[in-house]
Ligand binder design. Sequence first.
Ligand code: CS2
Length: 498
Amino acid sequence: MRQLFKLNTKHLPLIPGEAVLPKYDRSALKTGIIHIGIGAFHRAHQAFYTDQLLHNTLNKGWGICGIGLLDSDRKIIDCLIQQEGLYTMLITEPDGILTARIIGSLIECLYAPADPEAAIEKMAGPDIKIITLTITEGGYNFDSATGEFLISEPSVQYDLKNPQNPKTVFGYLTRALKRRMDKGLNGLTIQSCDNIPHNGDVLKRMLISYVKEAEPGMTDWIKQEVAFPNSMVDRITPVTTLKDKENLKAVFSIDDACPVVCEPFIQWVIEDNYASGRPSWETVGVKFVRDVVPYEKMKIRLLNAGHSLLGFIGTLYGTGTIDETVSVPLISDFLRAFMDREVTPILGTVEGIDLTKYKDNLIQRFGNPYIKDNLSRICLESSAKIPKFVLPTIRENLESGGQIKIGTAIIAAWCRYLELAGTTGHNYEIQDGLKDVLQKNALASVKQDPLAFIKTETLFGDLVKSERFVKTYLSIMDGFRKYGAEIVMRYIDQIATS
Ligand code: CS2
């Protein structure tokens, strides 16, 4: 039996040679970045890029402070505090080779609900140059159909009435920015790292909508002093399992209560628009560009939409993980046809990217048999994902006369997935902020009005007014209900003729 080392600063030098360790003096680092939402994705992505950067002593002002705003963040924050911010990133190559790297860039962690004032003061500190966010696609609080900020949300209303004790990211940021403004500090950069088209622009619009209500005198200062770069982020990061933790013990002698697992691929493309300087992330592989739009469009429409296709179709077909789903030739052909026929024609050229290779590589990434990415992770919060990942592709194709069959099949599969949840043989649960509305409308589309699901206006807007979309949707829906996912995929061209 190997000797195990509980992960903390004291044990770092004792960990045997196979794991890559932070070789810089963590006690000499200063916090220059705050990250809100320190889930697995941030820890496998931005914190890793920053960890590489910190090996150069010139960068010691760019340590990260992780802040959790949600009750559900408490567990991970407690765990990271126990481990003094240290955790392991476990990468599995498609051939099964494991690499473990202990990440040292997270130097402080705060659970904001326990002490909102401490979190606000931290964000208003003079050394803080960048606040980054991974708050999920749903965290931006806008109406998917209109793009408007949802000011009437109860948590937003609560923050407007309790500015010193906020709950939402908008309440926290506003309070911290106000303090920076009052102290006469310079502005900073607030950077979204979520899968939303034009994520920086969206964040700016949402924050300013909130500020107009909460602190109307501050909007000009924000427009002048705060930068909101757009960025495209990419690394597949499944939920960590007990087995991953056991592997870490068995192979690397590390006893880590909160490791992250991820694929080898990583990408971050950012618009070079910062208010108070930035780390030289380009030295560790980040790409800075003038316009990130083509990159984010390519990634969201191919990878994230591809994931959603696999999530719903796989669940209906009976598979459990992404790699298992994409290993069914019928499904991977269906996915590839979606990418080639419906997405590629609307992407145009993306500088420096060979789209055919990008798609080949995506299917290989999905197929990595050691990345057990559960379909349940992919399907959760689909109401915040589908309007950004899939619907814009259908809309653009409707406009240009392009094909919409497979995109529409993703929507029909989503409805079928909702209808079947919890029935015999379909033992899965819906996890979605709009669960009740979604299920109600999906079930109503079986019994009362066949269009009830796609009439959900906050998701689909006026898509239901498109005759071609409705006709395609109804025939595919009928195919799913009568014959199932396999037949729909096999005969999609015959089933949907419009
Ligand atoms: C996934 C993403 O949440 C989802 O549906 O598509 O989390 C995906 O794994 C990442 O964006 C990969 O970069």
